[in-house]
Design a protein around this ligand. Structure first.
Ligand SMILES: Nc1ncnc2c1ncn2[C@@H]1O[C@H](COP(=O)(O)OP(=O)(O)O)[C@@H](O)[C@H]1O
Ligand code: SF4
Ligand SMILES: [Mg+2]
Length: 316
């Protein structure tokens, strides 16, 4: 069942599109990975989906969540959806948590607000939540303040808060980027476990293709505001078709090789006002031809559930 259906979404700043005409969907219970370098429009896409885009941004297109066109909602209706329908986990939990309130009370408050529980019932549910996200010794940690916890534990608290109202969709924007590799793996395991035990779908965003592929059922690759390729992680790794995806894979560290030998895609993501007609990747691509400079490539299906936007698919 389709939970979220995004059609021709654009997010523009002063007439320049940071997100440019993208379409995708998220099914109930699945994990959709979104990958691309910094500046590709991942965060603005997710903020538009939850109605929190910066006020300077103009959003256009169509976002359907459970049959409702959410772009037409007013702020009060949005508040209903946030928490109950869609909730969000950010990269840095400290900015989302209240520094002067204990973590237990912050989670309990979610239950009081969204499920209209009384204080005692909310505390019981909050303790259960702490246990669910594997915070050791929940009754003791209930009274801890955010700064008393490690980064990984704080991210678990954020996940507990995001899950408190049993949303159908969680958007996780770089949830593990600030964590070291071991803690990152634990948080990924936790998200996977929650997905298995609940019906919650996750839109998992990261600049790191290896991390996204580890957890996602399907992946969309974004470059400079566009979706350039989409497939399952297995297909992306075994037969990446877009030069950008191929570059991302080539830049991944290989076990046993020194970091000095790491490949990097030459150049950088163009600024919003430097994106002209033609393929957005043309300045960094090794296959650029006249047609690439002249025309934006359309997305083409190369196989079941594998689509690519490139004029020279398959030509190396
Ligand atoms: N509030 C803002 N005002 C102006 N430009 C912005 C704002 N937020 C993001 N941008 C620009 O939009 C583009 C996409 O940003 P973002 O969605 O944050 O990318 P990502 O999350 O993939 O790193 C970037 O070029 C960024 O500079
Ligand atoms: S359309 Fe052209 S410039 Fe763009 S990725 Fe394909 S080959 Fe490269
Ligand atoms: Mg971002």
């Amino acid at each position: 069942m389709t939970l979220l259906n995004v059609k021709s979404l654009s997010v523009a700043f002063k007439g320049h599109r940071a997100v440019n005409d993208i379409s995708f969907h998220v099914d109930k219970g699945e994990i959709l990975g979104v990958v691309g370098e910094s500046g590709c429009g991942k965060s603005l896409t997710s903020l538009a989906v939850i109605g929190l885009q910066p006020s300077v941004m103009r959003v256009s297109g169509y976002i359907d969540f459970l049959g409702q066109n959410v772009l037409a909602l007013n702020e009060r209706e949005w508040q209903q959806i946030r928490g109950d329908g869609i909730s969000m986990i950010f990269q840095e939990p400290m900015t989302a948590l209240n520094p002067v309130m204990t973590i237990g009370n912050q989670i309990a408050e979610m239950f009081e607000l969204h499920r209209r529980c009384d204080k005692n019932a909310a505390k019981v549910l909050a303790l259960e939540m702490l246990e669910k996200v594997h915070i050791p010794d929940p009754s003791k940690r209930f009274d801890a303040f955010p700064h008393e916890l490690s980064g990984g534990m704080r991210q678990r608290v954020m996940i507990a808060m995001a899950l408190a109202c049993e949303p159908s969709l969680i958007i996780a924007d770089e949830p593990t980027t600030a964590l070291d590799v071991t803690v990152q793996a634990q948080v990924l395991d936790l998200l996977e476990e929650l997905r298995e035990n609940t019906d919650t779908a996750i839109m998992f965003i990261s600049h790191n293709l290896a991390v996204v592929s580890q957890i996602a059922d399907r992946v969309i690759v974004m470059y400079a505001g566009r979706i350039v390729e989409r497939a399952t992680p297995e297909v992306l790794f075994s037969s990446p078709k877009h030069p950008y995806t191929q570059g991302l894979i080539a830049s991944l560290p290989v076990m046993g090789e020194s970091h000095e030998e790491l490949y990097a895609i030459p150049g950088t993501v163009p600024a919003l006002d430097e994106r002209g007609v033609g393929c957005v990747f043309a300045d960094r691509c090794n296959r650029t031809s006249d047609v690439c400079r002249a025309e934006q490539p359309e997305e083409t299906l190369v196989d079941n559930n594998h689509a690519v936007a490139c004029h020279h698919i398959g030509e190396a």
